[in-house]
Design a protein. Sequence first.
Length: 327
Amino acid sequence: MKISLLTPHSSGLGLANFYQKEFQNIGVNAVIFPYTLSRFFSYFLRIDFLFRLIQGFVKIEFNKIIGFNPDLIIVFRGDLLNESRLTDLRKIGKIVCIYTDHPFVMPGNNVYKNMGSIAQYDLIYTFSESLVPVFYQLGAKKVEYLPFGYAVDVHTQALSRVKKYDIVYFGSHGILQEFWLSKLIDFKLGIFGVGWSNAKNSNLKSLCVQGKGFGREMPAVISESVLTFNMVRAEHGAFQSMKTFELVAMGACVICHWSPEQESFFSEGEGVVYYKNESELIEKVRFYLKNKDLVLEVISKGLKKVKTHSYGARVSKVLEDHDGKLY
């Protein structure tokens, strides 16, 4: 079997790469074909009346995909692909989309202009069960729930005897992120991400470790901290994210705001400790910093629970749907 993976992000640690690896592990010939848009045109994407025009400048390696002759085409995200491009892809083979964001978040509300594109897919996978009816309203033919997961060979546990931090955070700057991390300023806090030079809180600016803690460096940083703070963005629906699974798989004791979807994967104390408000956050951070034996227990339970959520399991779901002619 041959599968084409179309993605705007073809770095070594993108979602398409994780899927490619798992497909290849079971003997499926999966090849990544990037679709690209220059930075110049990307700058104007959020201008509504230019959106459709800019879509026409997206570059796709059609000849290479046709030459590969795939049994299935999987598009990751797909916002940039207009109806015409997807119609051409459908001439090559069955086409599904793994849509990795809330459709009303990125890019802006241009999803209304992309409804014709959504209808072109034989099947759309959404990371949140709550978004299934949303995609149907946007004209999708068939929608399935496919959560995020973790990559077995990337999101692994590292061990360190030295604890440099009480709590660390991996993520870019945002208003809500700054609001909640400012509550943790009295602890030994480490921030690893981009955009923190824009923080209004000068203390948070100084706590950001520039250029470190990304990708394969994350397990080592996690092992140097007692707790790992996480946020599933409210503007994305506060459902779950890639880090929901990745942090647990890397041996973190995660402290995260509560959401029903996250709790459906990890109950309280199974890799994750939940909070709902500021007082609960501070109370739980202090409690676990004083009870590090319980931290190890949370980590141990999480590592056991997360095993069923690898991208190998997600790939199996995709192949079952394909073989079962779900679309």
